[in-house]
Design a binder for this molecule. Structure first.
Ligand SMILES: [Zn+2]
Length: 63
């Protein structure tokens, strides 16, 4: 998960963290980011439920 953003309401779902932040234009964005070292999964979403769904359905390629 990038450290140059200030995430709020960070939750962990399996290996994936979901956090909400404001982008440079003051809009809410929601990021789902996998914490597995070599996975690299990290995607922004416009809605929190979409980000949490992505976290729940993430199938980590790294074991
Ligand atoms: Zn992963």
């Amino acid at each position: 998960m990038p450290t140059n953003r200030r995430f709020r309401n960070v939750v962990r779902i399996g290996p994936v963290q979901v956090g909400t932040y404001y982008d440079g234009r003051g809009r809410e964005k929601h990021t789902a980011a996998c914490t597995a070292p070599r996975c690299g999964f990290s995607t922004d979403y416009d809605s929190r439920p979409a980000a949490e769904l992505a976290a729940r359905t993430h199938r980590c390629p790294v074991r």
